[in-house]
Ligand binder design. Structure first.
Ligand code: GH3
Ligand code: MG
Ligand code: MG
Ligand code: MG
Length: 314
């Protein structure tokens, strides 16, 4: 059983890919060293329509947190390799200001343990053995809270640019403008190069700073009516109204130059720099579908990556 979960979880790419497909579904990450329970919980929660990543290896869960981007995290307190409260702290650290509900589960029925959990930022504490119907209702309540908060938020806390929720309404606005005025616009997908290495070498706090700086440089270089959206972890989308692909490339090449020249400093005082790759796609009147157009920008981005990164492709 343990191998089953390890293998399932180790295939991260698949999970992340699956995540793009299941955009509207909620993703729940469960960390527990009891693999039999994991298997049972995974089944039960999936029956409820959620996507569940069940993992026994807490270290891996922490390292893959950004890629998984869960809507709710459930953590067992008593694990063989480490304390769940320690896992909670490490995950909280990665969550920044984003609200991701965390639920502790434990056989410990003491008030002390409950208080400790809440003080460290847990949103709920549920005693084992779990009453499945109540467990599901309580998870659902947390997901509702997160949804309500997310619905209010259009700005990404870390980078101060728009988040993805702003995308479809903005896209619709640009499309209706295009239909009325025949004014085309371009979409650019930008993705930081080898960003994982930056996190791995200097830590995610320094990584966060690179992201924030990146967003700041984009905003400084672009026109006021260009729209910057944090599309995923280290992936940004820029919508450039009334701009042809070639014109967008000129602008974004300038952003790339500016960003690549920026020197970052690690906590140990090491200097380093970072680049990004980008794909640009100009919207055509005969193809207005958002998903298709994002795919086009995405495949141009992929070409830029394959061609050696630090460049823009049309
Ligand atoms: P590539 O050039 O192919 O894009 O390589 P990459 O390393 O940038 O790509 P990959 O998708 O493998 O890694 C992206 C990394 O970005 C992994 C993830 O941990 C990190 N990341 C995502 N969001 C955040 C964030 O908000 N803060 C920090 N510090 N890291 C993040
Ligand atoms: Mg345990
Ligand atoms: Mg990247
Ligand atoms: Mg990426």
């Amino acid at each position: 059983i343990s191998i089953f979960y390890y293998e399932e979880f180790s295939n991260l790419d698949e999970v992340i890919e699956k995540q793009a497909e299941i955009e509207d579904q909620k993703l729940i990450l469960i960390i527990d060293d009891d693999t039999a329970l994991l298997m049972y919980l995974k089944d039960q929660l999936e029956m409820n329509g959620w996507v569940v990543i069940a993992v026994a290896d807490s270290e891996r869960a922490i390292n893959s947190y950004y890629d998984l981007n869960p809507d709710c995290v459930i953590i067992d307190i008593h694990m063989k390799d480490r304390n769940g409260l320690d896992v909670l702290l490490q995950l909280k650290d990665q969550m920044n200001q984003q609200f991701i509900p965390t639920i502790m589960i434990s056989v410990d029925k003491t008030k002390e343990m409950r208080m400790k959990s809440y003080k460290l930022g847990a949103d709920d504490y549920i005693e084992k053995p779990l009453e499945m119907d109540e467990f599901i209702v309580r998870i659902n309540r947390q997901l509702e809270r997160k949804q309500a908060i997310d619905d209010l938020m259009l700005i990404d806390e870390l980078t101060r640019v728009y988040n993805r929720k702003y995308l479809s309404q903005t896209y619709e606005r640009l499309i209706s403008h295009l239909k009325r005025q025949y004014e085309t616009f371009s979409i650019a997908m930008l993705d930081l190069d080898h960003f994982k290495q930056i996190n791995d070498s200097y830590g995610h706090v320094v990584g966060d700073n690179v992201l924030a700086t990146f967003a700041e440089i984009i905003r400084n270089e672009l026109r006021l009516n260009d729209i910057v959206i944090r599309y995923g972890g280290e992936e940004f989308m820029v919508l450039l109204p009334d701009t042809k692909a070639k014109e967008a490339k000129v602008v974004l090449d300038r952003v790339l130059k500016e960003f690549s020249n920026h020197s970052f400093t690690s906590n140990q005082g090491e200097q380093f720099s970072c680049t990004f790759s980008g794909g640009i796609h100009e919207i055509q009147l005969d193809q207005l579908d958002m998903k298709k157009n994002i795919e086009m920008a995405d495949s141009a981005l992929y070409e830029a990556k394959v061609a050696g990164r630090a460049q823009m492709k049309l």
